[in-house]
Design a protein around this ligand. Sequence first.
Ligand SMILES: Cc1cc2nc3c(=O)[nH]c(=O)nc-3n(C[C@H](O)[C@H](O)[C@H](O)COP(=O)(O)OP(=O)(O)OC[C@H]3O[C@@H](n4cnc5c(N)ncnc54)[C@H](O)[C@@H]3O)c2cc1C
Length: 481
Amino acid sequence: MDRTQFLDDIAKLLGSRGFTQDPELVDPWLTDWRGRYTGRAFGLASPASTAEVAALVSLCARHGVPIVPQGGNSGMSGGATPDESGEQIILSLRRMNEIRSFDVDALQITCDAGVVLQTLHEAVDKAGLRFPLTLGGKGSATIGGLISTNAGGTQVLRHGTMRAQVLGIEAVMADGTVIDTLTPLKKDNRGFDLKQLLIGSEGTLGIVTGATLGLLPAIGERFVVWVGLASIYDARTLLVACEREAGNTLEGFEVIPRHSLDAVLTHLPDARHPLDGDHAWYALIEFADTVRSGGTLQETVHTLLESAMERGLFEDATIAANEKQADDFWLLRDSIAPAERAIGPAMQHDISVPVAKMADFVETASSKVERRFEGTRAVAFGHLGDGNVHFHVLAPQGAKRGEWEAEQGKAVSRFVHDLVTDWNGSISAEHGIGQVKRDELGRLGDPAALAVMRSVKAALDPQGILNPGKLVPLAQDAAKH
Ligand SMILES: Cc1cc2nc3c(=O)[nH]c(=O)nc-3n(C[C@H](O)[C@H](O)[C@H](O)COP(=O)(O)OP(=O)(O)OC[C@H]3O[C@@H](n4cnc5c(N)ncnc54)[C@H](O)[C@@H]3O)c2cc1C
C-alpha cells in the first residue's frame, strides 16, 4: 500500500473523528475480551454512515488494505482483533448507533449495526415490546457483532439464535457495493438468501451496517426458578419435564455447577446464594408469558415443581419473589464468564452435542480431560436446553496465566474438540470460529463443506481484504493436519 496516499485519502473521507492512529485511542481495541490475542493496527476507522463505510471499503480495496470489522469487542473467538502485521485497519461500527425506524404495530425495528444490545432492549421496552435475545455481554455487544457471530444467549431454547431474529440486513460488500434487504417480506423467493449467508460470517464476507429485527410483545408475567440438583442427569430429566408441562412458556433453562456459583459469589461480594445449602448442580429456569394468565402460569410452574420434587428430580428450589430477585438470579448466571476468568488460566470451549447426550458428554468428557491433563478441572455451564455448554478446562493450581495456555492450551483444546467430534457435536455452538478455532475447523470440518466455504469467500472477497485470517480455514492448513 502507498501509506501516504492512503492516509491522505482516508483523512479526506472520514476526517479526524472518523480515523485515528493515536495509540491512546487505538490500543484499547487491539486485545480481545478474553485477553488471549493482542494485535497491531494501521489505524482505527470509525465511519458515521453506511455511505462512509462503503467509500472506506472501496478505498481499502483500491489500496489493498485489510479490514477488521469490530463492534463491541465482546466476542469470545478473537474475531475482532487484528493480526500482528500492523497493516490492517480496525473498522469500528460503534459510531453508527442510531435507531432508524421503529414500527410498533409490525413488531419491527431497524437500526444501525453499532447499536448496543442493552440500548436496543431499553428502547423497545419503553414501547411495551421486547427483543428476545439476551446474553451476558449485552452492555457491549452490538447488533452488527451479534449478527456476524449468529449469537445465541439464554433464550435460544424458545426463540432461536440471531438467525431467527433478523428480518433484513444492510451490508457493504468487499468492493464497496451496498446490499439493502432492510424491508422485510414474509415471502421472497428471489434467489439466494444473502441475509442468511452474511449472518454468522464474522466479517469475512461483508460489513453489516444496519438490520431490521423482529420484536415480541413484552413479557406479561414470568417465574424465575433457582433449583439445586444432585446431578446434571437430573437437570436433563427436569428439562424434559419442563418442556412437556410448560410448553412454549419455557423461556430458558441454564445449568450451573457448584464451582461456577462459588466463583461468582467470590467475584460479586454483594451477591447472595439463592438457596440455603450447597448442591452439586443448579438450574436456572425461566417461564414467561406475554399476557398475565390470571394464575394459570403460576399454577403450571407450581404443579410442575411439586411433581418433579416427588420424583426426586431436585433437592431444593426457590421461585424469585419479585422482579429484583429474578434479575439477581440472572446476574449470577451472567457473571460466570468474568468470574471464571478472574480465577486463573483456563481453556474455554463453546461446544454443542445433541441435547439428549449432553449430560453423558459432560460427565464423560470431564473425567477424561482431568485424567489426561493432571491437576486440571473441567467445568461445564450454560445452555443445557440448547445442547450447548461452555466447557472450561481450568489450569492446575499455581499455573501462570499466559504460560500454561501457551504450553498446554492447544493440546487441551484438541483433546476436547476430538471428544466433541466423536459425539457428533460442534466445536463452535454460538461464539463463532474467529482466529481461536480456525485451525481446528480446518482439522475437523467436513472437507466438502470447507471447500464450499472457501469458494464463497473467494467469490465475494477475491482480494481477501475482509477480516483475513478469521473463520475460513486455508486449504493448506487442512492439508497439514
Ligand atoms: C460476559 C459475556 C457473556 C457472553 N455470553 C454470550 C452468550 O451467552 N452467547 C453468545 O452467543 N455470545 C456471548 N458472548 C459473546 C459476545 O457477546 C457475542 O459474540 C457478540 O455477538 C459479539 O458482539 P460484538 O459487537 O462485541 O462483536 P465483536 O466482538 O466486536 O466482533 C465479533 C465478530 O463479528 C465481526 N463483526 C463485528 N461487527 C461487525 C459488523 N458490523 N459487520 C461485520 N462483522 C462484524 C468481528 O469482525 C468479529 O469477527 C458473551 C460475551 C461476554 C463478554
